[in-house]
Design a protein around this ligand. Structure first.
Ligand SMILES: *Cc1c(COP(=O)(O)O)cnc(C)c1O
Length: 373
């Protein structure tokens, strides 16, 4: 057994002030331990205000939010959906839930996210109903060019901002630039409700429609009548209370995540072959995870294993969807940049509860690997 204190990749971090419990207590005091209720309504309003979206609907997960965004976009059986390949599988799976057809789009090295060049090429070959772009690790995609291409080709733009709550692209919050934005409050995200998600949009009618679908699609009749397929996708009023409390410390969490990244950049950025994840002056990432690529003497897997021996959690970059057995049969448009980021990259522990000593433990292990070559 390893006696050294565990350093985690990214774990839930409750507010010092106990905000979460105050809202949860309120739900208990009123006995409103049900799906929906005041915490849900307020969490939707507070999150929408925070990111600058007009409307929001709280859901049971980020995955449910992507599913509902696709339905809201009118995606159905046989429709083509362009999807960033370099991402977590939950971005793509809802395309299959709807029996639609994913076409995977490459990333570029400038953003690690959807390559506008690959997207343009894809539009020459297909007419998709929707495009799902991801803001990976809290870095924003090149939205101006992606929005322009989607407008030109009449495709609905969905932003998977599951990892990027609090991140900005040119002064606008990620998730509010396309037609729909998706956030996740899973346990490892920058803020959490233990599990949950949110869909935001300026299309009020569509958000209301999602609220209808997500509460079992009950027609307005006294008896239980259904003319559409429903889902049980709403967030519980208890969990929304946790979310309201967490939202109050989002800015603090972003600040700490940035400090962690800056520390790693200073300490590791100069190592032979290391390139830190790309950050530009036109964006403010939330630095959900600190990542880098290396084509130097030490391979990512060796780093991950060396850290693991010292009870420190690190991870490979998401394996692109076009390399997944599940998705191998679908088309991929690009130059395999996503493959290279996957093969050479890794995610360092980025837990906001880390101390400077913890961060030093991490970089000392990595530096010693470089000294051994
Ligand atoms: C976490 C995540 C999701 C899914 O969110 P859940 O709330 O876990 O369902 C979707 N996309 C990306 C990129 C994620 O990181």
């Amino acid at each position: 057994m390893n006696t050294k204190e565990k350093i985690l990749l990214s774990s839930p971090h409750l507010s010092d002030e106990g905000y979460e419990m105050q809202f949860v207590d309120e739900a208990f005091a009123t006995g409103w331990i049900v799906p929906l209720g005041k915490n849900v309504d307020e969490f939707e309003k507070e999150l929408a205000a925070k990111v600058g979206a007009k409307h929001a609907v709280a859901l049971s997960s980020g995955t449910a939010a992507i599913h509902m965004a696709l339905k809201a976009a009118g995606v159905g059986a046989g429709d083509i959906v362009f999807c960033q390949s370099l991402t977590f599988s939950a971005t793509a799976n809802p395309i299959i839930y709807e029996n639609a057809i994913p076409v995977f789009i490459d990333s570029d090295l400038e953003t690690w996210n959807m390559s506008p060049l690959a997207l343009e090429k894809a539009f020459k070959k297909y007419s998709p109903k929707a495009v799902i772009v991801v803001h990976l690790y809290g870095l924003s995609a090149d939205m101006d060019r992606i929005v322009e291409l989607c407008r030109k080709h009449n495709a609905v733009l969905i932003e998977d901002a599951a990892e990027s709550l609090g991140a900005k692209y040119k002064d606008r919050h990620t998730g509010t630039i396309g037609d729909y934005g998706v956030f996740s409050f899973n346990g490892n995200k920058i803020i959490t409700t233990s599990g949950g998600g949110m869909l935001v949009s300026d299309h009020e009618e569509r958000i209301n429609k999602v609220k209808f679908w997500a509460t079992q699609a009950r027609d307005p009749a006294r008896h239980y009548q259904h003319s559409e397929l429903g889902y049980n996708y709403r967030m519980s009023n208890v969990l929304a209370g946790i979310g309201r409390g967490q939202l109050k410390v989002l800015d603090q969490r972003v600040k700490k995540k940035k400090e962690i990244f800056e520390f790693y950049r200073q300490e590791l950025g100069g190592l032979d072959g290391v390139t830190m994840m790309p950050v530009h002056d036109w964006q403010e990432p939330n630095y959900w995870l600190s990542c880098f690529t290396t084509n130097g003497p030490v391979k990512p897997l060796e780093i991950i294993e060396a850290l693991e021996k010292e009870n420190i959690e690190a991870r490979p970059i998401w394996k692109p969807m076009h390399l997944q057995p599940l998705y191998a049969k679908y088309d991929f448009i690009g130059e395999r940049v996503a493959d290279r980021i996957f093969e050479t990259g890794l995610c360092l522990p980025s837990d906001t509860k880390m101390t400077v000593e913890d961060m030093r433990r991490v970089v000392n292990i990595i530096k010693s690997l470089w000294r051994q070559g």
